[in-house]
Ligand binder design. Structure first.
Ligand code: GRF
Length: 205
């Protein structure tokens, strides 16, 4: 039986974006399976979500390793042992080493809670609110060597001028993250994107 693409997910926290991929698979929208969830935090709620439906988990925490290179080498080893086709950073709150990035060039995606290239790095929602922008949203992009600089795959926008604080901005953007993540993983599972330099083109049937 064809199980579609093999997906590895890295998450540090709540894992609601991870959940959106689980749901997309369950509802037949994503042609693939999650073969591994890796977390750097032993108490990440994402791990509970995985355990509930028997997705294999690995905790790879920084303190077990001498340096970041050794930590990421272990992550590469785990992902390769599962032959993953796609790596999803779903709220994975660590800077990756160049080795990990190179190992999955154009095969690793990240979700960012702002419209890149605006407000890269930590707390995109707070940055957007404090800047006073009227429209924000989320971006799913391939991961390259920079911070949130890789080729943009998909973006969804929303007005945030009615938000009274950054928390409201984050609450407004989160459901868009879930939709956008699910849509991109679905399209990737069907081989719908072509990358040409910084440009990611969606190929219609
Ligand atoms: C999301 O806002 C994501 O964009 C950011 O971290 C948050 C993770 O949320 N990078 P969750 O763990 O997927 O619920």
């Amino acid at each position: 039986m064809d199980m579609g693409i093999k997906i590895g997910v890295l998450a540090s926290g709540r894992g609601s974006n991870f959940q959106s991929i689980i749901d997309g698979i369950k509802e037949g929208d994503i042609d693939g399976e999650i073969v591994m969830l890796i977390s750097d935090k032993a108490d990440a709620y994402a791990l509970e979500r995985a355990k509930q439906i028997e997705i294999p988990i690995e905790v790879v925490s920084r303190k077990e390793f001498e340096n970041r290179e050794k930590m990421d080498a272990r992550i590469i080893e785990i992902l390769n042992s599962q032959n993953v086709d796609l790596v999803v950073l779903a709220g994975y709150m660590r800077i990756l080493t160049p080795e990990l990035i190179k190992a999955f060039k154009h095969k690793m995606i990240n979700i960012h809670p702002a419209l890149l290239p605006s407000f890269p790095g930590l707390d995109g929602q707070i940055q957007a609110f404090e800047h006073g922008v009227k429209v924000s949203g989320c971006t799913v992009h391939f991961v390259d060597e920079g911070t949130d600089t890789g080729p943009i795959i998909e973006q969804t926008c929303v007005r945030i001028d009615d938000c009274k604080n950054a928390h409201e901005v984050a609450e407004k953007i989160l459901p868009l993250e879930h939709q956008t993540m699910r849509k991109v993983v679905s399209n990737l599972s069907k081989g719908k994107y072509v990358v040409e330099g910084k440009m990611v083109r969606y190929e219609k049937d």
